[in-house]
Unconditional design. Structure first.
Length: 253
């Protein structure tokens, strides 16, 4: 049985865990794969404000690692790192969601930008440029750029969760806000998103494709687009909010 390319001692711990369910072996594997958790947490944390404790990201990621250890089946042929990474990332996003780390002022800005995009398109029949969007909001272009940069942290994670930018957090009990990701079935939402993404301006389509489909980093996207790395989060924020405004117009919010 080949699990991954590991040293003999780690392979022995895998055998003890998979065949006997040894708690000591599981603990050893958690420690051995902790660098993977730190790596994923670092990638997620790169898009978050300084107020988010990196230690919290790692702690949440460990829960994802434990889930991966308990569900991993080497007979499926996947390397453990490949299997575990999305589960670690998902656990971190779940932790952020419960933390509600996005300031209310940022949510308000996101809603204002989304509304301005929708109002401009309704009145002009086309998407606004950044200068036109700033004019619609009644602010200077430089201020719009600052707004988009501050919103960027709220749009980390899978696209379905990024679309919740500007919405109030999901309550742990009681009434749940009608967020795009909670309104329709997963596949129906994905199909509708693809349809609406195809209607976005070319640059916004490209940003979303490079970030979510190709998995490029901000630095890599900046090189593709020929812009500064600091500009990419602004473009990403506008793209996500533009897509959210279209989904809202389609009745998915």
């Amino acid at each position: 049985m080949s699990i991954v390319d590991v040293d003999p001692h780690l392979a022995m711990q895998w055998e003890r865990w998979l065949k006997r369910g040894s708690g000591a072996a599981r603990d050893h594997l958690i420690v051995s794969y902790s660098p993977l958790v730190k790596f994923v947490a670092g990638r997620v944390g790169a898009g978050l404000p300084a107020s988010v404790d990196p230690g919290d990201l790692v702690s949440w990621g460990v829960f994802g690692l434990i889930e991966a250890l308990e569900r991993f089946d080497p007979a499926q042929g996947a390397k453990f790192e490949t299997f575990a990474t999305p589960r670690i990332r998902g656990a971190i996003y779940d932790g952020l969601r419960q933390l509600d780390w996005v300031p209310r002022s940022v949510r308000t800005k996101a809603r204002d930008v989304q509304r301005a995009i929708s109002d401009f398109e309704g009145g002009n029949g086309r998407s606004p440029t950044d200068d036109e969007l700033a004019g619609q909001l009644g602010i200077a272009r430089e201020q719009l750029d600052r707004w988009l940069s501050s919103i960027a942290g709220a749009t980390v994670g899978p696209l379905e969760r990024a679309l919740d930018a500007g919405a109030e957090p999901v309550a742990l009990s009681g009434d749940v806000p009608a967020l795009p990701s909670a309104v329709v079935e997963h596949q129906e939402l994905r199909d509708l998103m693809r349809s609406e993404i195809s209607k976005l301006p070319d640059r916004e389509k490209l940003v979303l494709s490079l970030y979510y489909d190709e998995g490029l980093t901000l630095a890599q996207i900046a090189r593709v687009l020929g812009v500064s790395e600091s500009r990419v989060p602004q473009l990403h924020s506008k793209s996500v909010l533009h897509l959210r405004s279209r989904l809202t117009a389609a009745g998915v919010a």
